[in-house]
Design a protein around this ligand. Structure first.
Ligand SMILES: Cc1cc2nc3c(=O)[nH]c(=O)nc-3n(C[C@H](O)[C@H](O)[C@H](O)COP(=O)(O)O)c2cc1C
Length: 167
């Protein structure tokens, strides 16, 4: 049996997705509506709501880094999903270190398991988010990558992968 809903807001189903931090200039935004869309060239899509400060930053600068942090940073990611960069310094508020930037000056967060450095090459709007499509021009992989990716289930619920099989 299924419960049936007409809108996403009313439905209470869990929506497991990988949570990441999108960094553009000095700002960090929690992001889970993202996906790879082309292997070669490697292209990635991120959906960003127009009201978010990140939307204005991406429209102005056309580049970002997508930082995939391990599960233990879920409180920080959640905070970056509640603050707005036009009201405060979110990089500072996060307490995260960024010793390096990419070639566009976007932060590479030290704690990340891996990072995609992206140049926006197209946009698509069909609803209340803009899909920023980007060339992934560099992939930074932490030599000490964790085995605990950060999953976001919606409605403030976080988890990590608990079973790992290789076929
Ligand atoms: C785990 C998580 C994932 C999120 N994913 C997205 C997303 O993919 N796209 C989006 O526009 N907002 C997303 N949000 C909401 C933004 O992170 C939130 O509105 C944030 O305050 C925007 O920051 P900014 O105004 O500095 O850009 C997410 C929030 C959380 C907590």
């Amino acid at each position: 049996m299924f419960n049936v809903y007409e809108t996403l807001e009313r439905s209470d189903h869990s929506q497991p997705r990988v949570a990441a931090l999108l960094a553009c200039k000095g700002n960090l935004m929690a992001a889970s509506w993202h996906m790879p869309i082309s292997k070669s060239p490697f292209r990635y899509a991120v959906a960003v709501r127009e009201e978010n400060y990140t939307h204005a930053l991406l429209s102005e600068y056309g580049s970002f880094t997508l930082n995939f942090l391990p599960y233990e940073y879920y409180e920080t990611v959640d905070l970056m999903g509640r603050l707005h960069g036009d009201e405060c310094d979110k990089l500072r508020a996060s307490g995260l270190k960024s010793q390096q930037v990419d070639t566009n000056g976007n932060p590479l967060l030290d704690a990340s398991d891996f990072i995609y450095a992206c140049n926006v090459c197209d946009t698509y709007t069909n609803g209340d988010h803009t899909v920023f499509i980007a060339d992934v021009v560099r992939i930074y992989v932490n030599a000490h990558q964790s085995k605990a990716p950060m999953l976001f289930f919606g409605r403030g619920r976080y988890a990590t992968a608990c079973k790992d099989v290789v076929i």
